[in-house]
Design a protein around this ligand. Sequence first.
Ligand SMILES: C[S@@+](CC[C@H](N)C(=O)[O-])C[C@H]1O[C@@H](n2cnc3c(N)ncnc32)[C@H](O)[C@@H]1O
Length: 297
Amino acid sequence: MGNWQRQFGSQLRVADLLQEGTTKLQDGGIAEPRLNAEWLLSNLLRKRRAELYIDELEKPTNSDVVTKFRALIERRLQQEPLQYLTGETEFMSLPFKVTPAVLIPRPDTEILVEHTLQAISPEKAIKILDIGTGCGNIAISLAHYRPQVEIVAVDVAPEAIQLAKENAKINKVEKQIQFLVADVLGEDFVAQFDSKFDFVVSNPPYISEKEFSTLPIEVRQFEPAIALQGGDDGLTFHRRIAMVTSELLTSGGQLFLEVGYNQSQMVQRILKKSGFCSIKTFRDLAGIERVVTGAVS
Ligand SMILES: C[S@@+](CC[C@H](N)C(=O)[O-])C[C@H]1O[C@@H](n2cnc3c(N)ncnc32)[C@H](O)[C@@H]1O
């Protein structure tokens, strides 16, 4: 037991516990220590973060909360991502459960969803395929903001599909989405769909082998490698998706792909080679080309 643990009894106020966690995280070099401590404590107390400040701070804590909070702080100090510790995150202003079996949805991917949403007319009933759905964040957001669309969402990881189904229920879009365990690299991938799609969307694994070893520990050690590694040059999935979707899209159908910070040019070339036209790119908030889209004629 460390000094900081011995120092406090179980009758700490919430404010004291929050400060204790913040100091510990700050000393351990964790960015935004106060915010991290607030998320962990509010999640444990089943309160919203803002509620901590309304009527919780002066309340005494119970020993169970103190023990659990300290254990979470220790895990955060080992750089375990905050979202895995709380088991939840937000994407496109919607709630999602996350576990270490899935990638934590990133704000960059909201750019992919926003541009896909813009391309879908709000009245038209269309079919969309989401490849590598993870926790279901892309498919579920599209279904939520375009209630007329039907989506098939696939992932090679059964645990991801299980979680995505739960998230679809949480967000009340389960009737719009069919979830399938499927391997986009497998030979029979195209054969398992009995009709074509108007849109294909994907945020595939795209970290190259060389780059993988340079990722922060928080990502490399805790997020699933299968969700990150895109082969030698990071583009294995983009090539494969361009190939299979040229067969899976209806005439005029569109592919939307997320790409790494330095991959836009190469992915545009891949789409051209696979016969796509009207190729365009969209930038993220940092000005990086983050989405590449193309249509089949
Ligand atoms: C970068 S993550 C994207 C997750 C989620 N769609 C998002 O945007 O946060 C890539 C996903 O592709 C899945 N994946 C990896 N290899 C695959 C394969 N061969 N076939 C289908 N999905 C695969 C991973 O399990 C992971 O969920």
